[in-house]
Design a protein around this ligand. Sequence first.
Ligand SMILES: [Zn+2]
Length: 146
Amino acid sequence: MKWTSHRVVAFAAVAAGTHGDWLAAAFAAAGSVLPDWLEFRLLPTASLRAKFHRTWTHWLLGYVLAWWALGQVEVPGQWAMAVEIIRWVIVGCGAHVLADAPCGSVAAVLPWRRMRIYPRLFTVGSASEYVVVAAVVGLCTFTAFC
Ligand SMILES: [Zn+2]
């Protein structure tokens, strides 16, 4: 999925899931490109990216565990807001992996093993990607505000 699509889907899903918490949605949208950003920074060559594409940086269970663990941390005062921001960024990372899954395999459970969790719905950048994005945004809008 293209980065713009990731941002739009994460923003819509979190805005709908929180019934209009636009700030949380904005942090999730920012985090929704982090898995690919990390992959490009950590894997500088095409051969490394081919070997480890959508593995450690696209580890869905890892993002779920990180989100849960940060929710268990007791932090004082102003640091609580920082932890909440980080948790919404992690939600965006999870949304990224879920949005990548319909166009390929991702490391859902084990970080070194890609697997399919949905049937293939589109290829990256195709017209069908934008149809799926529009459908997700429409569904999120409908469920949150109708
Ligand atoms: Zn990705």
